[in-house]
Design a protein around this ligand. Structure first.
Ligand code: TDO
Length: 185
């Protein structure tokens, strides 16, 4: 019912759930605990999030929560299109500081699994884009952290000139990765 592919950082997985189209529209199991488990993804999600970004070039990130609120995230797009980015911030990882960037859209129906130990962010590539994601820990505002989206050490190509981005005030002020404590071993 679903296919799972590893990305350049193997713990970050790209998931393609099956979509059944007919004359009415479509039906899709966007999450099924048993089939995800059969495909090697055995997680307990406890919160569902949904955001709407009105303008192309809205960038949210890079965000992560530390223990005991560290989160795996299963991200998908119901309307529009994003470039979704997961940055490896596990101190002992051979890919520390490297990232995966994948397009997720209502059209391609792909999902990205962003595990604990990664910072996550996305930029919208179409107006009125709606992003939905499941997380394995509740919101913990005291444990919510950010990394500068434009940290030169990360060299993420966000595709849209930085002076045209729409950002929250919070997301303009995050430190660089090198200036953060190592939250993940
Ligand atoms: C993340 C979060 C926010 N909020 C509230 C806090 C604030 O008033 C409002 C908006 O929060 P933010 O500005 O942090 O929303 P946003 O910038 O969309 O944050 C999200 O970005 C993406 C990239 C992620 O990976 C998510 O985990 C989350 O960090 O929603 C919750 O109530 N629960 C939550 O789980």
């Amino acid at each position: 019912m679903l296919s799972v592919e590893a990305t350049a950082i193997p713990d970050v997985k790209l998931i393609s759930p099956k979509k059944f189209g007919d004359h009415r529209g479509f039906f899709s199991e966007t999450y099924n605990r048993a089939s995800f488990k059969d495909a090697g993804i055995d997680l307990e999600f406890v919160q569902d999030n949904h955001s709407l970004s009105a303008t192309v070039g809205t960038l949210r990130g890079l965000h992560f929560q530390s223990a005991p609120f560290a989160q795996d995230k299963l991200v998908r797009v119901a309307k529009g299109r994003i470039l979704d980015v997961a940055v490896d911030i596990r101190a002992s990882s051979p890919t520390f500081g490297r990232h995966v960037a994948v397009e997720l859209s209502a059209e391609n129906w792909k999902q990205l699994l962003v595990p604990v130990g990664f910072a996550h962010g996305f930029i919208t590539l179409e107006p009125d884009t709606e992003v939905l994601y499941k997380v394995t820990a509740l919101y913990g505002p005291q444990n919510d952290h950010g990394i500068a989206f434009d940290d030169p050490a990360l060299s993420i190509d966000w595709r849209i000139p930085h002076d045209r981005l729409v950002l929250s005030d919070k997301d303009r002020k995050h430190p660089r990765l090198a200036d953060l404590p190592r939250y993940f071993g």
